[in-house]
Ligand binder design. Structure first.
Ligand code: URA
Length: 240
């Protein structure tokens, strides 16, 4: 990496308030190229509020064994935050830290997400902390080795995500990365193409942006700037 690129890289982290960086052993993995355009499904029709609560959905999940992800999980990672949040962030699935703690986005990607939310809100004059939004994932059990969730797992667990979203009915949803996009928008169109635009899940506006894990490993300065822009857009739409 050139000194100039390294400087830009470090400046980005400084800007979003990350104070410690760790040396990573894993090799750089490129984010998937924009997928070949497939037909976008029609947005599902708006549904009535279900009257369900997050507690009742969690109870229904129980000690879930509906898909093979239960075999290696430590615990189910349901979701965290304000049950009446105006903004919900949807990630892919728990990693090792989340599996250990039972809380989504608490590892390195989570630290970045938290700082992006809180620091961007602060800079934009919006009084908002992580606890004010709701954060969850497409699948609630850690895929072994952090692999991408498989279609059957997304299908089975996605029903609980949808019920959570119906229970909260936020003003907007922020889809973090390709798995969230596939689950919510039924498209295989790439994040690179969709990001920064408003789409819809059951009449709720969805802002697509990069997954924080991608930002952690991307040397691409544009992605970081773009993620920042996407978040600003979502925050102003929801909180202005
Ligand atoms: N990545 C995700 O998609 N979700 C988490 O909870 C943590 C990392």
């Amino acid at each position: 990496m050139s000194p100039d690129l390294l400087r830009q890289y470090l400046e980005f982290y400084r800007d979003i308030g990350v104070k410690s960086l760790y040396k990573r052993d894993a090799p750089h993995v490129a984010f998937e190229a924009p997928a070949k355009a497939l037909d976008m499904f029609e947005a599902a029709p708006a549904e009535e509020r279900t009257g369900e609560t997050l507690e009742s959905i969690r109870e229904d999940i129980g000690d879930c064994r509906r898909c093979k992800l239960h075999e290696q999980r430590t615990q189910i990672v349901f979701g965290v935050g304000n049950p009446e949040a105006k903004l919900v962030f949807v990630g892919e699935g728990p990693g090792a830290d989340e599996d250990a703690q039972g809380i989504p986005f608490v590892g390195r990607a989570g630290q970045l997400l938290t700082q992006m939310i809180e620091n961007t809100a602060k800079r934009e004059g919006i009084p908002l902390l992580r606890k004010d939004v709701y954060i969850c994932n497409v699948v609630k059990c850690r895929p072994p080795g952090n692999r991408t969730p498989e279609p059957d797992e997304m299908e089975i667990c996605g029903q609980f995500l949808f019920r959570q979203l119906e229970a909260i009915r936020p003003k907007a949803i922020c889809a973090l990365g390709a798995t969230a996009v596939r689950a919510l928008l039924k498209t295989r169109e790439g994040v690179t193409r969709l990001r920064g635009n408003w789409l819809k899940w059951r009449e709720i506006p969805v802002m697509v942006t990069y997954h924080p894990s991608y930002l952690l490993r991307a040397y691409n300065q544009d992605a970081k700037r773009e993620a920042w822009e996407d978040l600003k857009k979502a925050l102003h739409y929801v909180y202005d």
